[in-house]
Write a protein that binds this ligand. Structure first.
Ligand SMILES: Cc1cc2nc3c(=O)[nH]c(=O)nc-3n(C[C@H](O)[C@H](O)[C@H](O)COP(=O)(O)OP(=O)(O)OC[C@H]3O[C@@H](n4cnc5c(N)ncnc54)[C@H](O)[C@@H]3O)c2cc1C
Length: 448
């Protein structure tokens, strides 16, 4: 081993090839679930590698109050905007009492769900689709030959493995595959990402009493505490009762560095600081809510997400890039593979959350090119690491859209393999037809 003052040259190694799948999906969050199910159902031999011991990603490891993005409001009525694998996952959750019907949330409707049960439901969904899953596998490197990935290296408890796939879908949320491949990405707006939040849940809440308090009054209670000198980083009270559990999910923290900048979520030293700050805030909110929020007098935190909730990190440079103008203009491009009506939801520097809604009843389409990395031929991306600018990403990152984009990427890869072409070169009209045949929604059929 050669040791110089700053670096060590590691000895060369021979790494065993563990699998040669058609499609390797990296990351088992919302996007990875959609991607793996779609690829396997379309006939591709599909392996999903996930670093944690369960599927769901942000939906389960962070825990969320609701699955968002599945509906738009037409007048007061929720109209489905996402179908396919998303609808199937929600249907499976509802069948076991782990999700509620769509519930009005500000100017949209969302699905309250039980994040623990989602882990099991996701296992069942992927098993039924015939996906092979490797848990506790961290993708830590790739072998790249020009514009093609030849192998992906996975660290496991038993050492390093190589996977030799025909195509890869990067659903890591943080664009890890693209990063290891040395391909292009941006991080937020010149490094300035949305702030992260530690998410947690309360037990022992008098839910009926709490739910009788209007949202504006909940926020006012926290504003009064802040005015009296309690150092609350956020007063927009994202508190959601979860189905059948008596738990209330809290999306209330705002984690930032002392100088006001976001932490670097791609650096473990900085990420660790953010985790500690988020935990500190969670118990600060527990004491404030117990003292001031109706229904919370006896409440206790029962769990804190296993990881900090990171809204935004690497945004891969794609053949197309979703822009804020596209989102605000409700553009419906002919190559859209998923639809979105979610607000530009910004967790910025002040104590509130900024919601910039689209025109009532309207939506935009997400072009397929946002899933195609500019620099790589046998890789697609899906989920929150798609190609988008910082502002557009604030709208398009919610879970239903991530599942739908994953589904589009999974089907595109299977179609490309069958045709012997690069996944980025599939016939998008045929892809859209295939998605619709599988229940996806590319026209919600409401008058505009
Ligand atoms: C605080 C917060 C609150 C939110 N609130 C809501 C909400 O209420 N409703 C909603 O719908 N959306 C919400 N969102 C947004 C939404 O949850 C996420 O954007 C979406 O779930 C992301 O899905 P994904 O699959 O793209 O990424 P992720 O959920 O990040 O999944 C990525 C997966 O890849 C795995 N992974 C990462 N790197 C590697 C690697 N190198 N090797 C192997 N595995 C790897 C991860 O462990 C993870 O399982 C929220 C997000 C945050 C952070």
């Amino acid at each position: 081993v050669t040791i110089d003052p700053t670096h060590i040259a590691e000895p060369p190694r021979r790494t065993p090839v563990a699998r040669r799948p058609d499609v390797l999906v990296v990351g088992g969050g919302a996007a990875g679930i959609g991607a793996a199910v779609a690829a396997a159902r379309a006939g591709a031999d599909t392996l999903l590698v996930e670093r944690y011991g369960h599927l769901g990603g942000t939906l389960t490891a962070v825990t969320l109050g609701t699955i968002a993005g599945g509906y738009l409001l037409s007048g007061d009525n929720p109209v489905p905007l996402v179908g396919g694998c998303y609808a199937e996952l929600v249907g499976r959750l509802q069948a076991v009492g782990a999700a509620l019907p769509p519930r009005r949330w500000l100017q949209t409707a969302t699905i309250p769900y039980d994040p623990e049960r989602l882990k099991l439901v996701a296992d069942e969904l992927l098993a039924a689709a015939g996906v092979e899953v490797l848990l506790h596998g961290l993708v830590a490197g790739v072998a790249r030959d020009d514009r093609r990935l030849g192998a992906v290296f996975v660290e496991t408890r038993a050492g390093r493995l190589a996977i030799v796939p025909k195509v890869v879908i990067d659903c890591s949320g943080d664009g890890d595959v693209v990063f290891h491949a040395g391909a292009g990405f941006d991080v937020g707006d010149a490094g300035f990402t949305q702030f992260a939040s530690t998410m947690f849940r309360f037990g022992n809440v008098d839910v009926a009493r709490f739910e009788a308090v209007p949202r504006a009054e909940r926020n006012a209670i926290l504003e009064r505490a802040a005015a009296e000198g309690v150092l609350l980083p956020r007063t927009s009270a994202g508190l959601q009762a979860q189905p059948g559990t008596g738990f209330v999910h809290a999306n209330v923290t705002r984690v930032r560095q002392p100088d006001g900048r976001p932490h670097d979520y791609l650096d473990s030293w900085s990420l660790g600081e953010a985790e500690r700050e988020g935990r500190r805030q969670a118990w600060l909110y527990e004491s404030v809510l117990r003292e001031r929020m109706p229904g919370f007098g006896q409440a206790r935190i029962v769990d804190v997400g296993a990881q900090l909730g990171v809204r935004e990190s690497r945004l891969v440079r794609g053949r197309s890039t979703l822009t804020a103008a596209h989102v605000r203009g409700c553009v419906k491009p002919p190559d859209a593979v998923a639809l979105c009506a979610w607000a530009l939801e910004t967790h910025g520097a002040d104590r509130g959350t900024r919601w910039e809604w689209l025109a009532p009843g309207d939506w935009y389409g997400i072009p397929f090119g946002c899933l195609v990395p500019r620099d790589l031929d046998n890789v697609l991306v899906a989920g929150r690491n798609l190609s988008a600018d910082h502002e557009a990403h604030a709208s398009t990152r919610v879970a239903a859209q991530c599942i739908a984009l994953g589904e589009a990427a999974g089907l595109a890869c299977a179609m490309a393999l069958a045709a012997g072409i690069h996944p980025g070169d599939v016939d998008v009209a045929a892809l859209r037809r295939g998605l619709c045949e599988r229940g996806a929604i590319l026209d919600p059929g409401v008058p505009r």
